[in-house]
Write a protein that binds this ligand. Structure first.
Ligand code: GDP
Ligand code: MG
Length: 370
């Protein structure tokens, strides 16, 4: 068995040396991080010591022969799933390595806040920009910053990034409120919340048109909410029904259009919507996404719906996740702001009109109410 000790400023660099000598089969026997004292915690040196060897142990050999022996009996779909999971794990490791590499540059004082942003799923490129901003300012002022001071700087960075985006609920300037999105994200529940607020707080006359005619339960669900608000519901199976419904509801102030969330991967579903709903109406259109979805899946949905004039996002189920970073990544990527976020099933309570401050508080403090 060959054995060798490596010392480097970061784990990534130490591992690179190990890989250079032993390739991917290297076995890490131990690793140790030491730090020297620095000026105000700033110019601390970190050193990583790794002891590596190259010799497959008996356990490894046994594992490898086991893997070889199960491969021929694995079903094609389970192989596919395993391959997909492997790809996801590899990507995660890559991301973690990159973040470790990223955070390695910064003094310990910055790590709690940066790690919190990382846990929330904020993209590495943004974390690096934020880290550099705060670290540069600390070096410039030759002082450590308290967490509150760091947060103030971070807030100003987000303010610069998000200042062009629209935040806030329905404008009450448009008669039609159109809500799109995949199945189960909370479209119907959210429409009921917004309509109830419009009725109770703004004294608006509201009504509903549903084009979600694929499931009886979906119509009944909307009817239940509409009955509580004593508001009319029209059902549109086709374009003609849609026109009739508009005519019937023409005296109301606000008409909420509930749509079916079919499988967004079916291009046909997107086409159906285009045919059924007249987008030239005086209309605000929102895309509803659940924050419990993976960022990549939300991204796919946004691209699928880019045929439609999306004014703002509505993000649901913030009570079930901490991934506020992902939704900020998406807003920054597409330049689309946020109308509301929802944090529970209660109608109409669990609905918050989005503002820059509330969204940033949700990210930095985990608070939904500013
Ligand atoms: N935890 C949680 N559940 C929600 C929220 N919004 C909606 N739901 C639930 O998500 C499920 C699907 O909601 P629904 O409005 O029918 O979704 P739709 O298919 O998009 O119309 C229901 O059980 C809702 O009660 C939310 O903000 N938080
Ligand atoms: Mg629905």
């Amino acid at each position: 068995m060959k054995m060798k000790k490596y010392t480097a400023p970061t784990m990534v660099e130490a591992m690179a040396k190990v890989r250079e000598d032993f390739g991917d089969d290297a076995v890490i026997l131990s690793s140790n991080v030491t730090k020297t004292k620095g000026f105000l915690g700033l110019f601390r040196k970190r050193s990583v010591e790794v002891v590596a060897s190259y010799d497959k142990t008996n356990d490894q050999r046994a594992y490898e022969s086991q893997v070889r022996s199960i491969q021929p009996v694995a079903q094609p779909e389970s192989v596919e799933r395993m391959q997909r999971e492997m790809r996801e794990i590899k990507q995660m490791l890559k991301d973690i390595k990159q973040v470790d590499h990223t955070l390695g540059k910064y003094p310990d004082e910055l790590l709690p806040v940066l790690k919190r942003l990382q846990m929330q799923g904020l993209a590495n490129e943004h974390i690096m920009e934020i880290g550099n901003l705060v670290f540069d300012r600390m070096k410039q002022d030759k002082t450590d910053f308290t967490e509150d001071q760091q947060i103030e700087l971070i807030r100003s960075w987000f303010c610069d990034q998000l200042h062009n985006m629209q935040f806030g609920g329905i404008s009450y300037q448009k008669k039609f409120i159109n809500v799109l999105g995949p199945t189960g994200v909370g479209k119907t529940t959210t429409i009921a919340k917004i309509a109830a607020r419009a009725l109770l707080e703004e004294k608006k006359k509201v009504g509903f048109i549903t084009t979600d005619t694929y499931r009886i339960a979906a119509i009944e669900q909307l009817r239940t909410y509409a009955n509580l608000l004593q508001a009319p519901v029209e059902i549109a199976y086709n374009e003609e029904d849609f026109r009739t419904a508009i005519e019937k509801l023409k005296d109301l102030d606000l008409i909420f259009i509930d749509t079916a969330g079919r499988n967004y991967k079916e291009a046909k579903f997107v086409d159906d919507l285009t045919k059924l709903i007249d987008f030239s109406l005086d209309m605000e259109t929102f895309l509803v996404l659940s924050t419990t979805s993976k960022e990549q899946d939300m991204d796919t949905i946004i691209r699928q719906f880019d045929k439609f004039p999306i004014n703002k996002f509505i993000f649901t189920k913030t009570d079930e996740t901490n991934s506020v970073g992902s939704i900020i990544n998406l807003m920054m990527k597409y330049g689309i702001g946020m109308a509301y976020f929802t944090d529970g099933q209660e109608v109409p309570e669990d609905l918050t009109e989005a503002s820059f401050e509330k969204v940033i508080n949700l990210l930095l403090e985990g608070e939904s109410h500013a």
